[in-house]
Design a protein around this ligand. Sequence first.
Ligand SMILES: [Zn+2]
Length: 209
Amino acid sequence: MKIGCHVSIAGGIDNSVIRAEELGCNTMQIFSKNAATWQEKILDQEEVKRFKRNLKNSILDIDPVFIHTSYLINLASPLDELYFKSINSFIEEMKRANLLLAVPYLITHPGAHIDRGEEYGIQRIIRALNIILEKSADLNLKTMILLENTAGSGTHLGYTLGQLQRMMEGAKDRKRIGICFDTCHAFAAGYDLSNREGVEKTIGFNICQ
Ligand SMILES: [Zn+2]
């Protein structure tokens, strides 16, 4: 069974592997840059080498690694400048994940519609995903995008599984889009995960089968 958590990259991305191992993880999530700034991180080759070496040498066989995108990215933004900045930043995240770090999964919050309503926001996200899928295919990036369910605070979308399903169905390359199910967010959004019946109702099948 794979158990891991989000670990810090402070002092170098390679340190994340050591931290995860100290915690007994055999999978982990990291940021590949400072998640609170737009500035893209230039990873130096030595740091990348150490990261890969640490993973290869990890006694707990840490695999897979997941990268969480920056918190500033908003693929539903009604402001064109922010919208396209988010798309470009997302592609930079994919490049770092795929070309440099060889990390297969990129987790993202779908986006917040601000003041335009949910339908507008969902359509905006679908358009962004399709631009990202097309551009990343041109660059031969293999990264799989995982849409994370949110708690639904403010105008954040993706707080129901139905919304995530619509986003996935709107994507032209469905094989490269999946879901990262955040149980804490789901519980906060009203999915009762406090008992077996609630969990089964949420995920749609009997967990003992
Ligand atoms: Zn998240």
